[in-house]
Design a binder for this molecule. Structure first.
Ligand SMILES: Cc1cc2nc3c(=O)[nH]c(=O)nc-3n(C[C@H](O)[C@H](O)[C@H](O)COP(=O)(O)OP(=O)(O)OC[C@H]3O[C@@H](n4cnc5c(N)ncnc54)[C@H](O)[C@@H]3O)c2cc1C
Length: 354
């Protein structure tokens, strides 16, 4: 696989103008046509099931062309991977073949099991076992592309504290998708809250559990994973490309541009080594360390791009202001406590060394 070719491909195919706030339907169709949507679908269900290294490279390439599209892709793939790792054969048989194209969309609402509302006294989504299934109640705080989903993979907590993962059809009685929240960036992801009121979900929609830490049972990725680092690195790559274009015309910026380019290559290399099981143990980073490094690069490079773009970059619609707003996403998306603390320590160090 030649990812340089992929970079060119995505950039040329993503030439369509998509308003920042619009769902990128045509771009997702392109990913379907190019076989990208089948990357997480096992071959026995018609997909291409690529390895982790491939996935990381692919996510980085798509992000360097369009963050909104790549982010939506990660949430879709997170749902598919959980189903693929489930022992529910009927569910796999029914849905996995559909996910090789863009005919059917699915997504996840699982952050309340990892990084959202963890300090609340009561679980935000509960599942009461009943004859033939579960009665689910609560509010799923974050669901990207909820309005486009046939069903959503959600996490819920039983009265005894164990967790379940369920495929909840958006057409079930009691399911209500709230209007998408107005966000700092990524409004095109149409991220919304899902209300669930006495929703009966049949046992044949059970993906995993009941168990403690159900996400580990169907474990792939997870919060703060290498996937999230790949997206942050891809975003930094695009920012640094803008910076380098500016440096072409302004000789005094060249050493800074070169410094960022070197740091980017080092981060890409660290990410590949960390994901590749054949690389020596000493060259691999822990997921949290990699994420902190990727976040830091995404945020600092976006700040630098704004600084060199001056007031013009502060005007709505300039690439610098968009890159900066989008870079802030990495500070809040899928950041477990260890990543949050590492981000904060990074900020504090910058201030104290200023
Ligand atoms: C654009 C976007 C799209 C997303 N899409 C998805 C998706 O598709 N699927 C998915 O599962 N997740 C998704 N997420 C969720 C994401 O991964 C994180 O879980 C989320 O950003 C965590 O933020 P929160 O406000 O829910 O966190 P919370 O921890 O609920 O924090 C909310 C507030 O609670 C207070 N607080 C926080 N911690 C404490 C504490 N320890 N003690 C006291 N008060 C506290 C603070 O005032 C804070 O502002 C998305 C997030 C964003 C921003």
């Amino acid at each position: 696989m030649n990812f340089e070719r992929f970079d060119d491909l995505f950039r040329s195919l993503f030439r369509d103008v998509v308003a920042e706030d619009d769902w990128p339907q045509a771009r997702l169709d392109v990913l379907g046509r190019e076989g990208v949507l089948g990357w997480t679908v096992p071959t026995e269900y018609g997909g291409t099931e690529v390895g982790d290294l491939w996935l990381i490279e692919g996510y980085e390439s798509v992000t360097a062309a369009c963050l909104t599209t790549s982010f939506i892709l990660t949430q879709r793939n997170a749902a598919i991977q959980r189903i693929a790792n489930s022992t529910n054969s009927a569910l796999k048989q029914r849905w996995l073949p559909e996910f090789c194209s863009n005919r059917v969309f699915t997504t996840v609402g699982i952050s309340h099991l990892t990084t959202s509302r963890r300090h609340w006294q009561q679980p935000t989504v509960t599942a009461q076992p009943t004859t033939g299934g579960f009665v689910v109640n609560g509010e799923v705080p974050w669901v990207t592309g909820a309005e486009f989903a046939e069903f959503i993979v959600i996490g819920a907590i039983l009265p005894d504290g164990r967790e379940v993962l369920l495929a909840v059809s958006t057409s079930l009685v009691g399911v209500k998708i709230q209007p998408p929240a107005r966000l700092l960036a990524l409004n095109g992801s149409r991220t919304a809250t899902l209300d669930l009121r006495n929703v009966f979900v049949a046992s044949d929609q059970l993906i995993a559990g009941p168990s403690e830490q159900v996400l580990k049972q169907v474990g792939v990725g997870g919060s703060g994973s290498f996937t999230t680092s790949a997206i942050a690195v891809g975003h930094a790559r695009r920012t640094i490309e803008f910076f380098r274009a500016e440096a072409e015309r302004r000789v005094e910026l060249r050493p800074i541009a070169e410094g960022f380019a070197e740091e980017l290559e080092a981060a890409r290399c660290a990410l590949r080594c960390s994901v590749d099981p054949t690389s020596p143990a000493e060259s691999r980073l822990a997921v949290e360390e990699m994420r902190e490094r990727a976040n830091s690069l995404a945020v600092r490079s976006a700040q630098a791009l704004l600084a060199v773009s001056k007031g013009a970059g502060f005007v709505s619609g300039h690439p610098a202001e968009r890159q900066l707003r989008e870079a802030m996403f990495f500070l809040v998306w899928s950041c477990p406590q260890a990543v949050l603390m590492a981000n904060l320590q990074g900020f504090q160090k910058q201030l104290s060394s200023a």
